[in-house]
Design a protein around this ligand. Sequence first.
Ligand SMILES: NC(=O)c1ccc[n+]([C@@H]2O[C@H](COP(=O)([O-])OP(=O)(O)OC[C@H]3O[C@@H](n4cnc5c(N)ncnc54)[C@H](OP(=O)(O)O)[C@@H]3O)[C@@H](O)[C@H]2O)c1
Length: 294
Amino acid sequence: MARILIAGCGYVGTALAERLVAEGHVVWGLRRDPAGLPPGVRPLAADLTDPGTLRNLPSGLECVVYTAAPDRLDDEAYRSIYVEGLSHVLDAFQHQGQEPRRIFFTSSTVVYAQANGEWVDETSSTEPVHFSGTRMLEAERLLLGSPFPATILRLGGIYGPGRAGLIERVRRGEAVCADGPPLFTNRIHRDDCASVLKHLMALPQPDDLYIGVDREPAEECAVLRWLAAQLGVPVPRVERSIDLGPRRQRGPPRPRRRAGNKRCRNAKLVASGYIFRYPTFREGYSALLSRSST
Ligand SMILES: NC(=O)c1ccc[n+]([C@@H]2O[C@H](COP(=O)([O-])OP(=O)(O)OC[C@H]3O[C@@H](n4cnc5c(N)ncnc54)[C@H](OP(=O)(O)O)[C@@H]3O)[C@@H](O)[C@H]2O)c1
């Protein structure tokens, strides 16, 4: 039984917390509004951007998982949560004389700027061009340079219960395939995110870096077509991609080409002994489709 803090206990953090509580661990879920945390998870109201609220962390924490995410997609919010928030937690631990066995940080595959469908793994170069990747990398380096043993998990796009908007877009005929060379997407089901973290926490000596994605970097259009077939709706049409920028918020759907286009390899995670519950988008979305039809 370990004393565990989940800092930024949201979508993934809560799924992890539930699993850890079920195994008998003592788990605190830290967030600004912890009122809705499930039974058994000890609520801890604090603001990671305000060091004053981190002064009274539970003592004797053996493991920490930093799964916070910003409310907004801008550089200031990313710096505030990933760099400054993490830094405040590290400062608080040092100040309080905490000696966690390991700190885990959920980073993102956005640190890879590869854009031509290249395969990437933990040894690939990270030269992010977007602030999101830059700030994630800054936070990773901050943690790895801290006095505490640390492990980074670079997650792909997370989907799962309550986060399956793609299904509805395909169902409504709003999903559109962009023409041109294949656009690869890298994803992981929420339940695998939580279970991967639990798996890494149980390893006697985890490495300092893993990529957390399922085994199949999937072509975006192949995913849309597969979903359309499952739903029995027309195949998404292919249109010339003319929009290189971020997703449009209003107006008719327009095909767009994302800036990043890489294939992330999960071999290191699999070699560590993790067995995916949802090894590809097919198993993951099938489970979501069968939930929504019941
Ligand atoms: N979503 C993706 O596709 C994706 C992809 C790659 C990596 N990741 C990473 O995976 C991790 C888990 O993602 P997620 O989707 O589970 O995150 P999430 O649910 O969106 O957010 C996590 C929690 O952070 C808390 N939080 C935000 N600001 C805070 C603050 N100032 N102080 C304390 N808590 C704060 C929020 O709770 P309150 O609002 O109550 O404070 C929220 O519950 C994140 O680190 C994320 O960056 C996500």
